[in-house]
Design a protein around this ligand. Structure first.
Ligand code: 26A
Length: 349
C-alpha cells in the first residue's frame, strides 16, 4: 500500500449531524416511527430533535451515511486518500462536522448554503434497533454547479473511484449522473449504496437511471426486499436480488458488476456477473465476524462502516474476499462505538 494517497476516492451525499439518544416505545409512537427505519422528516417530526436533546440525553455526532463511509475508508487507507462532497449550512453544526472530519483526516469540499441550516438526523435507539428521521435542510441544496466548479471538478477528474450514497438520489440526480458518466467514459469505478428501503420504493426511477453505471452496488436485506417489491421480482430471496442486480445491463462493459448484500448477523451475500452482459452471476456467502452481545454499543452506522471497509479494499485493489472481510471487520469495530464512529487510537486491519 502507498504511504500517502492521491484522493483516489471521491464520495458524494448528504452531510448530517446526528442527534442520537436512547429512546423508548412511547417516543417512537409519539412521532409515528418504526423501531428500525430511515425516513425523511415531515412537519410533524420537527419537534423530535429538541425532544431528543431535552428529554433523552441525546448526543451530537457527525453523521450522514456516505460521510460515515468516507471517514471509514480514510480510517484504513493512507492519509489523503478520500474526499467527500455535500452541502451544509453556515452554522455551528457545520463546525462540529468539520472538526469531526478534520480529526478523521477526511478532506471535504462542502457547498455552503446561505439560507438553510446544516441537516440533522434524529436517531432513536431502542435495543439493537435505530430509527432515523432526517431533516435534510442544507443537505437538500447540493447543486451540479458546485461539482462543476473548476477547483471541485479537478478533484473529480483526479479521483479513480466514486462512492455515492443512494440517499443523494432524493437531492441531486444530475450531480450523481455527472459522476456516473465520468466513471463510465474513463473506465473508473462507480459504487452505489442502496441506503434505505425508501430509496428503491419511492425513488425507483432515479435509482434505475444510475443502475447501468454501478460497478458495485451495496445494500442490506431490507433494501434488497424493497428493491424486489418495487421491481416486481415477486418473493425473491436475498441471493436472487443480488443476482438480479449483478446481471442488469451495464454502461461500461469492461467491469463485471458486483452486488453485495449484508444481512446483519447473517452472512454477507455477494453476486458477481460472469461477464459485462450479466451472464449468470455467481453467488458467494461470507459469515460475519462474531461479536459478543455485551460488546455492542449501538448499531447506528454499521452498514456505513461495512461499506467503508469494503470500499477501502476496492480502492486498494484487494481481492473481493478481502474487501468483504475488511467491511465486516470495520462494521464490528463501529458497533462497539457510540453512533457511526471508529475506535481511536486506530486499529490496523
Ligand atoms: C436522505 N436521508 C434520509 C439521509 C439519511 C442519512 N444520510 C444521508 N441521507 N438518513 C440517515 N442518514 C445517516 O445514516 C447514518 C447511519 O447509517 C445518519 O446521519 C447516520 O449517521
Amino acid at each position: 500500500m502507498a504511504t500517502t494517497g492521491n484522493f483516489q476516492l471521491l464520495c458524494l451525499e448528504n452531510p448530517l449531524l446526528d442527534i442520537q439518544g436512547v429512546g423508548d416505545e412511547a417516543l417512537l409512537q409519539k412521532y409515528g416511527l418504526k423501531a428500525n427505519d430511515a425516513i425523511l422528516a415531515g412537519p410533524q417530526h420537527m419537534p423530535l430533535y429538541e425532544d431528543l436533546l431535552q428529554n433523552y440525553d441525546a448526543k451530537l455526532i457527525a453523521g450522514g451515511a456516505a460521510q460515515n463511509t468516507a471517514r471509514g475508508v480514510q480510517y484504513i487507507l493512507p492519509p489523503n486518500s478520500v474526499v467527500y462532497i455535500g452541502c451544509v449550512g453556515k452554522d455551528k453544526y457545520a463546525d462540529i462536522l468539520k472538526e469531526a472530519v478534520r480529526k478523521a483526516g477526511l478532506r471535504v469540499e462542502y457547498r455552503y448554503d446561505d439560507e438553510q441550516p446544516t441537516g440533522r438526523c434524529g436517531v432513536v435507539i431502542t435495543g439493537h434497533n435505530r430509527s432515523m428521521c432526517t431533516d435534510l435542510a442544507a443537505a437538500n441544496c447540493y447543486k451540479l454547479d458546485h461539482l462543476k466548479q473548476p477547483d471541485v471538478w479537478a478533484v473529480v477528474e483526479s479521483a479513480t473511484v466514486f462512492y455515492v450514497g443512494g440517499y443523494h438520489l432524493t437531492v441531486c440526480v444530475p450531480a450523481i449522473m455527472a459522476l456516473c458518466e465520468e466513471a463510465a467514459s474513463k473506465d473508473k469505478t462507480f459504487i452505489l449504496s442502496l441506503s434505505a428501503p425508501f430509496i428503491p420504493q419511492f425513488f425507483k426511477d432515479q435509482l434505475d437511471q444510475t443502475a447501468p453505471y454501478w460497478d458495485y452496488v451495496i445494500g442490506n436485506e431490507a433494501e434488497a426486499e424493497s428493491y424486489a417489491a418495487s421491481h416486481n421480482l415477486g418473493s425473491a430471496s436475498v441471493s436472487d436480488v443480488a443476482k438480479h442486480l449483478a446481471a442488469l445491463p451495464k454502461a461500461n462493459p469492461k467491469r463485471p458488476r458486483v452486488a453485495v448484500i449484508t444481512q446483519g448477523t447473517g452472512p454477507t451475500v455477494v453476486a458477481t456477473a460472469s461477464g459485462a452482459d450479466g451472464g449468470t452471476p455467481t453467488i458467494k456467502e461470507f459469515p460475519v465476524h462474531a461479536i459478543a452481545e455485551d460488546q455492542i454499543n449501538d448499531t447506528n452506522g454499521a452498514g456505513d462502516a461495512f461499506a467503508g471497509g469494503f470500499v477501502a479494499g476496492v480502492v486498494d485493489g484487494k481481492p473481493l474476499e478481502t474487501c468483504v472481510d475488511m467491511g465486516q471487520w470495520l462494521a464490528k469495530l463501529s458497533i462497539q462505538e457510540l453512533g457511526p464512529s471508529y475506535p481511536f487510537p486506530k486499529q490496523a486491519y
